[in-house]
Design a protein around this ligand. Structure first.
Ligand code: ZN
Length: 223
């Protein structure tokens, strides 16, 4: 049996459609959110690859949209962790965790480094704030267990051309976990969404695969 885990960053509008698909397919997922970037209206937008404007969800729609999924901390305001003073980084981490716990009423145990940017000092701050794992952006197969949970790398990005090669490699290596990540705004066309939906179908058709929640890998199952 292999546990399948996934996480998605930045709390954007396309997460609404993503969550609908994940619910329809019975897939578990974690969403890495920035507590300080959700205002009264959708905003904090940027242009993705010159093809669409990406908006963060409004604060008031977060709880309903992510109902049933796991929330993890992605810092308050998405700075580059190694580029700001460590005291400021500690506030980004600690305040982000507290604010997300207040919004969602669930214990926040996971973390994802903004831009995948980290160093030992940055990792210590994340660990000391009460997180049990933290994700970077490089790849590692097999991905579990990581040598240091504060430097937990996924097998691959969801749209990686070698997604299924890595899936097979993880299984043949006897890995207990296969882990992918991404941003929903990277799905631009109907074909992109269909391709992702097809991936979930293929995983669901694998009798060896079972969806799992990321923090449970480090804490045991918490219903
Ligand atoms: Zn991000």
């Amino acid at each position: 049996m292999i546990k399948i885990v996934q996480c998605w960053d930045d709390g954007v509008e396309d997460d609404i459609h993503l969550c609908e698909i994940l619910r329809a397919k019975g897939a578990r997922a974690t969403f890495n959110l920035n507590s300080g970037l959700h205002g009264a209206q959708r905003g904090n937008s940027w242009r993705y690859r010159d093809c669409k404007d990406v908006y963060r969800l409004a604060k008031g729609e977060l709880v309903a949209n992510y109902d049933g999924f796991t929330i993890a901390n992605h810092s308050v305001s998405h700075p580059r962790p190694t580029q700001i003073p460590i005291a400021q980084w500690k506030s980004e981490v600690e305040d982000g965790r507290k604010q997300l716990q207040d919004i969602f009423g669930q214990e926040i145990l996971g973390f994802a480094y903004p831009f995948g940017d980290t160093n030992p000092e940055v990792m210590d701050a994340v660990r000391e704030a009460g997180h049990v794992y933290a994700r970077g952006v490089a790849n590692a197969t097999p991905c579990f267990p990581p040598a240091d949970p504060m430097h937990f790398l996924a097998d691959c990005h969801f749209a990686s051309p070698d997604f299924w090669d890595r899936y097979k490699r993880a299984k043949s290596a006897g890995s207990p976990v296969f882990y992918f990540w991404g941003h929903s705004y990277e799905m631009v066309t109907e074909e992109d969404w269909n391709a992702f939906s097809g991936k979930l179908d293929r995983i669901n058709a694998d009798p060896d695969a079972v969806w799992a929640n990321l923090p449970d890998l480090f804490c045991g199952s918490q219903a």
